[in-house]
Design a protein around this ligand. Structure first.
Ligand code: DGL
Length: 273
């Protein structure tokens, strides 16, 4: 098994959502090859226990290792929130999650020192953003809220109009952004698709932080630090793997990635234990 600089970057998510992270990665590092795995048979992860999400995450990583990946990106916020320590311990390649990069950007962005984070129930309950922010900028005031309905809205393509606006008003109301919060972290793969409506409801005084771009920057840093940047002019390859039928993944995923997806293959996970 090779883990050299010519190997692809592996990216996994519970389904299509992580394609927002892949998109940022391709924009940032267009020459690097990628293998994306969406665990569409088990999505959503956001409402499952940390133990179960960790088991699925390790199985996703095992599949990607077979493709000779040189670095793993955990594109799913929920998996990043609960499974990073287990992945880092088990894998022979660097592992980059989405939470610490997003937290670093939030800490650098806020002027008031008051930050809000929205994500899945699993991400919010894990306290991972609190811990990550405490590392980069101790003493920040943090508010959090789980916004589970944003996930199906994004997948249905209902990203503008009355329905998402009413949902956003409900989630972002009730004091989440009051008292000088000036930075809102989109702590879920799906939320960048709802950026327009979230921004409109949050108001011009609140800056949205999209962890996808921050994660792509972190990946670029790690590749440089570890001398893993692809140097030769080898072809750039894109592989897509899913654990349930590729048809819906290709259809919904095209909206997340911003261009059509062809040739997704269906594979099985081997769960450990
Ligand atoms: N990918 C998940 C995340 O970013 C959202 C979808 C799910 O719940 O699986 O947390």
């Amino acid at each position: 098994m090779r883990h050299d600089r010519h190997g692809p970057i592996g990216v996994f998510d519970s389904g299509v959502g992580g394609l927002t992270v892949l998109k940022a990665l391709i924009d940032r590092l267009p020459l690097e090859s990628t293998v994306y795995l969406g665990d569409t048979a088990r999505v959503p992860y956001g409402t499952k226990s940390g133990e179960v999400v960790t088991k699925y995450s390790l199985a996703n990583a095992d599949v990607l290792l077979e493709y000779g990946i040189k670095l793993l990106v955990v594109a799913c916020n929920t998996a990043s929130a609960v499974a990073l320590p287990a992945l880092r311990e088990a894998l022979p390649v660097p592992v980059v999650g989405v939470i610490s990069p997003g937290a670093s950007v939030a800490a650098a962005t806020t002027k008031s020192g008051r930050v809000a984070v929205i994500g899945t129930p699993g991400t919010i309950a894990s306290g991972a953003y609190q811990r990550a922010l405490e590392v980069v900028r101790p003493g920040l005031e943090l508010r959090t809220r789980a916004c589970p309905l944003f996930v199906p809205l994004a997948e249905e393509g209902w990203v503008a109009g009355d329905v998402p606006r009413l949902v956003a008003e409900r989630y972002l109301g009730d004091g989440l952004l009051s008292g000088g919060v000036d930075t809102l972290v989109l702590g879920c793969t799906h939320y960048p698709l709802l950026q327009g409506v979230i921004h409109a409801v949050a108001g011009p005084g609140v800056t949205l932080v999209d962890s996808a771009r921050a994660t792509a920057d972190r990946v670029a840093e790690v590749l440089h630090e570890r001398d893993l940047v692809k140097k030769e002019r080898l072809a750039t390859e894109r592989h897509y793997l899913v654990t349930d039928t590729p048809a819906r993944f290709a259809e919904v995923g095209a909206r997340f990635l911003g261009h059509p997806i062809s040739g997704a293959s269906q594979i099985d996970l081997k769960l450990r234990g």
